[in-house]
Each structure stands twice: as structure tokens, then as C-alpha cells.
Ligand binder design. Sequence first.
Ligand code: BG6
Length: 464
Amino acid sequence: MKKTFLWGAAINGSQFEGDYITDGKGISEDDVMPKSKDRRHKRYYEIQKNLFYPTHEGVRFYRYWEEDLKRARDLGLKSLRISIQWTRIFPKGIEEEPNEAGLKYYENIIDRLIEYKIEPLITICHNEKPIYLIKNYGEWSKLFVESYVKYCKVIFNRFGNKVKYWLQINEFNALSLRMIKEDIDENELRSKRQEAYQSLHNQFVAQARAKELFSKLVPNGMIGVCMAAELCYPATCKPLDNLQQINDERRLNYLFLDVSIKGEYPYYCKKFFSDMNISIQMTQEEKELLKNNTADFIGFTYYFTLISDYEINKKYHWHYWPKGENEYLEQTKWGWTIDPLGLRIYLNKLYDRYNVPLMIVENGLGHVDSIEDGKIHDTYRIEYLRDHIVQVLNAIDDGVDVLGYFVWSLLDGWSLGTGEISKRYGLIYVDLQNDGSGSYNRYIKDSYNWYKEVILSNGDICRR
Ligand code: BG6
């Protein structure tokens, strides 16, 4: 096991910082998402009265970052994944000059991490796009892409000499496609698909342009794409289920990575786009840009695996996640399968296909925790993390180049999917309830102390 392995933990801006309009910050897409069960499938544009918005207070990392970073240092973390909130730097996305207060805030954090010998991993966009840009330019339109590139230039110039590892758009394979549900009529579905894939193309272009800049401004750095792992198993050994699985994995994973890592649209896209009635506007210049500016590594979040069942999915040919039950796996309270071995499989599949370094930038268990006398005995989380880390170590033994593993999350934060705090992932407990009441006090969980030992032993204690 390399000594340089990045034992990490992750947080982001929107789910943790709070202070959503402090020091000149603008409103982001996450700031207009109220707490509700299906909030991820809707597009919101405004803050409405009498609704609860988890990002507005977050867990107050913006105020308490100094003490939270001390806890990260005491944990022995080798790396902390944070995101820069675009709206702290360009509140609407269209300003000529960046907001110095926002830059200074992140600079202080980065400097402190370096002082603590914790390597920063920065996500450029973790569900934090300026709502002004979305409303006025359209999400990932050409003008939107210009603003993204301008934002990247500012943060590469400012932090590029301090930060080696960067990620572009969080889970970019999942975001736009999740918005499409199949219970709409065929015409609307067609136009949504068209919109989603054109927007995806523009995201490829945005990321390639950012990479082009990065190579000039941060020559010693590494910048990756960030995927949500969507490993699919065939429901049975029926050939049709196997074909379904190949197509699901292409649709959910490989299409994104083939373009980002190999630099061009794969051969199977032609038929896929024509079957779906999609036509992408793409210039020769863009094709060259994609070819010449591929990502340095693949970062991915890993939470669950999926089933490809031909019989079920032929009815739902456009559902983002294939529908199908895996009888061999247990699920969390939120219905996410628990599949440590799938992590080893996914790492091997990606390395086999792309042969670039990989990074697990999020993995963790959402669970209700109870606190007694200031203590949280989260043995279930320790078990979950251990089982997954064992499979990372196995994949490394298989020969896969893994740069690091990041626990989601360093401390409890608001769930992205549901807007609840009770779906807790943290190694550190935050005293808060779903209605926003609580003291914001932090308490160390048993999993924190356990992960500290994992880091100290460079993973060895998981092998026993
Ligand atoms: C990932 C996101 O999808 O999963 C995080 O990058 C998110 O932002 C995490 O919090 C867990 O999902 P959820 O919906 O349980 O918060």
C-alpha cells in the first residue's frame, strides 16, 4: 500500500456551509431547493415563503470551519474534499470581477489545510450553479459555458499553486438525466432528451475548455471528472438481460467516460442517439478540443448498485435508474443497496477500460444515529466502511491504480436527495434536527475514532 494513498473525507459547500447570502454570496440552484422527498426531480428557480431550505443555515461550516478543520487534523486525514461555491466567487455568474471575500474565505481554508498537511481536493461545481445563470442563460448553454470557464480561470489562477487535485462537475453523469421521468408524453420526453444530451455535450465542452486552461495554469496538478458509479448487474444469465446490462452501463457510465477519457463519442452513440431521436450540435473545433483535453483521472462516488432486467426495463426505456431488485443485497433505510464487492468490480471495470488513476471521492452510509451522553456508537457505519475499504484494498492488490478513498462525510450534513439531516453520513455528529432546530454542536462518533486507526495503519486494520 503506497504511503501517498489519500485517506480522505469529503464535504461540499452547499450542504455544509450555510450563510447562503453572507459576504456577497449569490443564490445557487441548491439554495432554492426546499426540503422535500422528490426535490431532486424538480427544477426550482425561486425561494418561496414558508418552506424550509437546508442550505441556508447548512451545518454552519462557514462559521465553524476552523474548529471543524482541527477535527479533520486530529483525525489524521491525508486529504479533505471541499467544493468552492461558484456563487461566492461570482454571485450571479456574470460579473466582470470576482468577489474577493469569497476567494479569501476559500484561501484561508486551503492555507489551513496545507498547514495541517491535509491535501485539499477541490470540486469546482458540486450542485452549486448560480441560479441567475440557469434562469437567464439556460443551464449549460453556450453562454453558461463561458461563465464556467471564466470562473475556472479565476480559481486556477488563485489556488493553482497550492492545490494539486481538482474535480470538475460533481456526478455529471447523473445530474441532467435524473430530471427526466418517463411519466410524460412522448413529445415532451423527446424534447427533454434532446435538451439533456445537448446540455451534456456542452458540459463535455466546458470541462475540456477548463482542462485546456488547467494544463497551462496548473501544470503540476491533476484534474478529474466526477462520476456517480452506476454499476449494473444482469438480472439473470438470460442473454437479453446481459444485453440490457451492457446498454444500461453505456448509457449511465461509459458514454460519459469514453468522451472524457478517450476524447471522442463512442461508436454505439450513433445508434443510441438515432433510436432516441437525439441530434447533437457539435463543431469540428469542439471535436478537436475534446480529443486534446481529456481528464487526468476518474473520480467517482459509490453508494449502491443496480439491476438490469430486460422484461422490466423495456417498459421503462427511459428511467434514469434501471428498475430491478437484487435479492442478494441488503438495503439501507432509504432503499440503497449495500454492495462492497461491487466497488472492487467497478474499480476493475474502469481500470480495465480506461487505464487511468481512479479515486473514490465519496462513499458512506446514510443512517439515523442516536446520541447518548454525547456518544454515538455507530458500529453499523464502521462495518459498512470497513467492508468497502477491504474491497478497495483488494482492487489495489488486483493491480488497479487507486489514488484515494474519501468517506462521505467528515461531519453530518443535509441530505442532497431528501433535504433531511436525519440521513446522517458524518464521522462527526452535528446536533440538528430535520426542522432546523438544534445547537449545531459537534460530537465525535465511534466511526471517527475507528477511521483514525485505519489511516494510521494505512488500511491494515481493515484486513484483519
Ligand atoms: C452524492 C452527492 O450523490 O451523494 C452528495 O455528491 C450527497 O452531495 C451524497 O449528499 C449522498 O446522497 P444523499 O441524497 O443521501 O445526500
